[in-house]
Unconditional design. Structure first.
Length: 259
């Protein structure tokens, strides 16, 4: 028996086996949750292959920039699962040129795209999830990063988008609280994922964490899965509106080690 037996979860953001969303999905499944996944058209084959071994997994197409597709997705969740207990938001994107260039040269279109996909999508999901989660002690978990509150060269526009996401988490926690829905964010340390390839200096970040972080080690996708599963469990029933750092303590440091 798992802590999430009888619970239903909808997961946005699985791209391949290295995805943070996939690590979370595996942990939720291990705790007994029934899972539903969305996919971008170009990722359909990957998502279907990964989820083929999960019992009763529901797999749906969804472009988070389309209100029509979001409506259809959440309607099907209500019809097929009878309600929703867990929502995982692991979605972020910025056009490569705007991500790697100087922030002062970010295009208006690139800025709008990054904020739409990376932050507004959580608002759009929260709105549609609320009636399905009402009075079920629902949990929404979104993924963020330290670049939202610190300057991380190479993260650039995505840092601005994540700052908007973190503000969204706090305001949604207030909005959805009366329905019994909790909203939290996990600020994970650097991980080797498909999206991380677009971030400049990503390889240097791993070495810096090992040198500077109090625990002198990087995290793994499975660590994020463990924390997400906890945030979705009854043990976290009074946690909402939090950004929880999972980075071996790296966010504490103002300077590297001295001597």
């Amino acid at each position: 028996m798992g802590e999430l037996d009888g619970k239903t979860a909808l997961i946005f953001g699985v791209a391949n086996h290295n995805s943070i969303a996939w690590a979370i999905a595996q942990k939720l499944a291990a705790q007994g949750a029934r899972l539903a996944f969305t996919y971008q058209e170009r990722m359909e084959a990957n998502v279907r292959k990964l989820t083929a071994g999960l019992e009763n997994a529901l797999v749906l197409p969804c472009d988070v920039q389309s209100d029509t597709e979001l409506d259809t997705t959440f309607e099907k969740i209500g019809q097929e699962l009878g309600g929703l207990d867990i929502l995982i938001h692991s979605v972020a994107y910025a056009p490569t040129d705007d991500l790697r260039g100087r922030v002062s040269e970010v295009s208006r279109a690139g800025f709008q795209t990054a904020l739409d996909i990376s932050a507004y999508s959580l608002i759009a999901m929260g709105k549609r999830a609320e009636p399905l989660m009402r009075d079920r002690n629902g949990s929404i978990v979104a993924m963020t990063y330290l670049g939202s509150v610190r300057v991380v060269p190479g993260y650039n526009l995505m840092g601005i988008a994540k700052a908007a996401l973190e503000a969204t988490i706090r305001y949604l926690a207030w909005d959805l609280g009366p329905a019994g829905v909790r909203v939290n964010g996990i600020s994970a340390g650097p991980l080797r994922t498909l999206s991380a390839r677009g971030v400049g200096n990503i390889n240097d970040m791993f070495g810096l964490v090992e040198q500077v972080a109090p625990l002198r080690r990087n995290i793994a996708q499975t660590d994020v899965g463990d924390l997400a599963a906890f945030l979705c469990s009854p043990a976290a029933q009074n946690l909402t509106g939090n950004i929880i750092y999972l980075d071996s303590g790296f966010q504490l440091m103002g300077l590297g080690t001295m001597g």
